[in-house]
Design a protein around this ligand. Structure first.
Ligand code: SF4
Length: 393
């Protein structure tokens, strides 16, 4: 019997926490693992392909929906496995249409996902960790401790939940998409959870799975230099770098990871990023912080810094959060900064902040919902940064 085979199902054990009723999650298994599972169930391997298709391409939430699988097999699957998604603890819709979901996973941990709808695309920003080890000073998530990495299943489940909510599972008559792009830019540093991220993104790319092209997927990193090349070679998706400064002096103050991987190493990794070209440029994210990184001298330093990299910039007006020590640069300052970059031939749109009213904008995600005053939050942030910096060395 399958149940007695459980200990041998190591792939499934790595997918995510077991459901409350003891059943094992299937979301997060790739095609080869599903085929192996079918064989363990004494079924033909193509059953695994059918399962894969039903789960990721059709969005099946119950084995009973899988009408081309025998009833006996469906019953066995139902007895042992689950297709349950994380619970939606909260859903918020911004006045600009941005949607944010707070998910509760099987072990009670929480992470957020944000959908940014635009006229010609829908970008889903997903999380890779609960909390974050890093302490980027402008980022709300950076004040939260790292609780754990998300599993591949939990990373993919964020996409499934969003597709459920948008009712965008394809039908024979309608296969239009509201989610066209995926960005790993939510909570956490994806390159510190690369194996799970890689597995999840490969499932997303599969033609008979979620089927989103690698050209429409972007991984954003704070600059974990040793993993950048792997990302380019093994995933071949677009790369975004949270840059935010043109000198080591400024960057190390607002992004302590810069002390470990300084700009020279980071730029060398970007210049060598597999697949980067003029047609496929690396995106440098640059948050505009008043009197911190927004002078014309800062802009000129940036121009010099990125001269060997195929790149473009996104200038992001800072999105405040409760307790932050920073303010957003003025519109005039941002435009002056942009002019320096543009005059040097760099593409650098100023991003329109999205979802600010629901704390869904860049750098605003955090799953702790304690009610604290701004002063208390600031004190809490400083304490968290000090503790995490001490751990980082
Ligand atoms: S910007 Fe990213 S890496 Fe930095 S603290 Fe926030 S979530 Fe972590």
């Amino acid at each position: 019997m399958l149940v007695s085979d459980r200990p041998s199902l190591t792939a499934i054990a790595s997918v995510g926490p077991t459901a409350a009723d003891g059943r094992l999650p299937l979301i997060g298994l790739d095609k080869a693992e599903m085929a192996a599972l079918a064989v363990e169930m004494e079924e033909k391997p193509y059953r695994g392909t059918q399962l894969f298709h039903w789960i990721y391409s059709r969005g099946a939430r119950s084995f009973d929906d899988m009408t081309d699988i025998s009833k006996v097999c469906r019953t066995r699957l139902t007895d042992t496995f689950t297709l349950e998604r994380p619970e939606i603890a909260q859903e918020q819709i911004s006045e600009d249409g941005t949607r944010k979901w707070l998910h509760t996973f099987a072990d009670g941990q929480k992470a957020e996902t944000v959908l940014i709808p635009e006229d010609d695309r829908g970008t889903l920003c997903i999380s890779s960790q609960v909390g974050c080890t890093l302490t980027c000073r402008f980022c709300h998530t950076g004040t939260q401790r790292l609780v754990r990495n998300l599993t591949a299943g939990e990373i993919i489940a964020q996409i499934l939940v969003a597709r459920d909510a948008l009712d965008e599972w394809p039908t024979p008559k309608d296969d239009s998409r509201k989610i066209t792009n995926i960005v790993l830019m939510g909570m956490g540093e994806p390159l510190y959870n690369f194996e799970a991220v890689k597995k999840a993104m490969k499932i997303v790319m599969e033609g008979d799975g979620i089927s989103i092209s690698r050209h429409r997927m972007t991984l954003s990193t704070s600059g974990v230099v040793p993993e950048i090349e792997r990302c380019g070679e093994e995933l071949r998706i677009n790369l975004a770098i949270s840059l935010h400064a043109g000198t080591d002096d400024v960057r190390s103050k607002i992004m302590p990871i810069n002390k470990k991987y300084p700009l020279k190493e980071l730029m060398a990794a970007c210049a060598a990023y597999p697949g980067a070209s003029n047609a496929r440029r690396i995106t440098f994210e640059y948050v505009m912080l008043k009197d911190i990184n927004d002078s014309e001298a800062d802009a000129r330093a940036l121009v010099d810094l990125v001269k060997d990299v195929h790149c473009k910039f996104n200038l992001i007006p800072f999105n405040p959060w409760p307790g932050t020590p920073y303010e957003c640069s003025s519109k005039k300052t941002i435009e002056r900064f942009q002019t320096v970059l543009t005059d040097a031939g760099l593409t650098c749109p100023i991003r329109t902040p999205r979802g600010r009213d629901i704390l869904a904008a860049c750098g605003q995600l955090k799953t702790d919902s304690e009610k604290l005053s701004a002063k208390e939050r600031r004190a809490q942030a400083e304490q968290a940064w000090a503790e995490k910096d001490a751990q980082l060395g």
